[in-house]
Write a protein that binds this ligand. Structure first.
Ligand code: SF4
Ligand code: FES
Length: 379
């Protein structure tokens, strides 16, 4: 019997990485190690065209992201254009740099939602992990202004060895900020986080304890705060449906205009990415080699191909399979059915109990230096 013909999925979200510039230097940054420079960024009119094409394609949400998206002087103009073409806008921001100064204009432009990152529950952890003195205080001021304007606020905290002991306090911080939603997201190990994995990996006991803290808080804070939890991959039984499944739900546009099925896709050698400078977004979604490479289930090897979960997690994460197995088409080693799963768990366990983890490699354009930048001491 022939396999059923499935209709082409329609993306609902677009992650617009407007710039890789950012005042923070988080060691778990999801941007690639080779960051795009300002000189290669798309122009305002390019982004406007992309947003129009996205709306025509059926996209509902645009995540204005980076780097730090408010580093772009045209951020309000781009937000207004999204509103004009009917896209819901979510600003994903660090709350530092130009964020507070540009917030009133963003509000006037019709911004719908703000997602603010925090690196810790207080100044000491927050400034150390973000690699910028004064960052935490700036975030508090920014959050207060978001709430004063009446914009819905989500707080996002990436969790790892350096702040996992603060999960309860981060929940209290989100309540104090009057956020409606909190994402407690265990680190996903791609890009800078992969390079820093040995410094960031918590123990299984710490990960389990953090999950228990979140579950108790969810009960306690019903009606006040919704808490989303991204579980730690390395200690799980099954992988996550990464990006909702390859080329099924969303697309990413990089600062220079390349369109990716997920934020880490450039870590897979041999994939061909088309650019919005040369192609319409709908054409890229339908036919770009990077998007068709792992769409659906036909590409899957065993054990995924005959697995009853194959349309729930879509085989997990291609970038993780590439990073840990050296084959992007392999079953995600986060899956307990993968022949590489035990090695992945052993790796995480060994790194997490090392009493002398390596120092952070702080994110920066054009290098991987571990030391703080001149004039920007960390706490
Ligand atoms: Fe998912 Fe593949 Fe594991 Fe099945 S075998 S649970 S489809 S990753
Ligand atoms: Fe690329 Fe998961 S990050 S597929």
């Amino acid at each position: 019997m022939n396999a059923p013909i499935r209709p082409m999925p329609i993306p609902i979200g677009l992650l617009a990485e407007l710039t890789h510039r950012c005042p923070l230097r988080c060691p778990y940054c999801s941007n690639p190690m080779a960051l795009d420079r300002r000189s290669s960024e798309l122009e305002t009119e390019d982004w406007k065209r992309v947003f129009g094409e996205a709306a025509a394609l059926g996209v509902l949400h645009v995540h204005l992201s980076g780097g730090e998206p408010t580093a772009r002087a045209d951020i309000a103009e781009l937000t207004a254009h999204c509103a004009k073409v009917g896209l819901y806008t979510n600003l994903i921001t660090s709350g530092v740099g130009q964020a507070s100064a540009r917030l009133p204009a963003l509000f006037d432009a019709g911004l719908d939602h703000v997602q603010l990152s925090v690196q810790g529950a207080g100044q000491a952890t927050g400034d150390l992990i973000g690699g910028l003195a004064g960052a935490h205080a700036a975030k508090l001021a920014f959050a207060a202004e978001v709430v004063r304007l009446g914009l819905p606020l989500t707080v996002n905290a990436v969790i790892h060895r350096g702040n996992i002991h603060e999960v309860e306090a981060i929940i209290a911080l989100a309540v104090a900020m009057q956020a409606k939603r909190l994402e407690i997201a265990h680190t996903q190990y791609y890009g800078w986080a992969y390079a820093n994995r040995a410094a960031l990996m918590p123990t299984r006991a710490e990960a389990d304890a953090s999950v228990a803290v979140v579950e108790a808080a969810r009960e306690r804070l019903k009606g006040t705060l919704v808490i989303d939890l991204v579980l730690p991959d390395y200690y799980g039984l099954y992988p996550k449906p990464c990006s909702g499944g390859w080329a099924r739900r969303s697309l990413n546009v990089t600062p220079s205009g390349k369109v990716l099925p997920c934020h880490a896709a450039e870590s897979i050698p041999g994939l061909e990415f088309w650019s919005v400078r040369e192609h319409d977004l709908a054409e890229i979604w339908r036919s770009s080699p990077a998007f068709t490479a792992f769409r659906g289930t036909d590409w899957m090897p065993e054990p995924c191909h005959s697995c009853e979960r194959r349309e729930r997690d879509w085989g997990g994460c291609r970038c993780q399979a590439m990073a840990l197995v050296g084959d992007a088409a392999a079953t995600d080693p986060a899956c307990s059915k993968s022949p590489h799963h035990a090695r992945m768990v052993a790796l995480a366990t060994a790194e997490s109990v090392d009493p002398n983890p390596p120092p952070y490699i702080y994110r920066r354009i054009g290098g991987t230096a571990a030391e703080p930048r001149q004039g920007e001491p960390v706490a």
